[in-house]
Design a protein around this ligand. Structure first.
Ligand code: SF4
Length: 59
């Protein structure tokens, strides 16, 4: 399983990094979040489901 953020869809809201800072980091300068670890933390699925634009894929 690979966690990815579609940077064309990400609006940089920071929800994923707030819910799951172990896997996501908001790059405020770039206006997007990035995946910082593929090691699945317990909150990663909640973060994926909470993305308002469904920019995170996990497959
Ligand atoms: S929750 Fe979605 S839109 Fe918001 S920063 Fe994360 S990937 Fe981007």
């Amino acid at each position: 399983m690979i966690i990815k953020i579609n940077i064309n869809d990400c609006i940089g809201c920071g929800v994923c990094s707030q819910i799951c800072p172990e896997n996501f980091e908001l790059k405020e300068n770039e206006g997007i979040s990035v995946v910082i670890s593929q090691e699945e933390s317990p909150s990663v699925k909640e973060a994926i489901d909470s993305c308002p634009v469904s920019a995170i894929t996990y497959d």
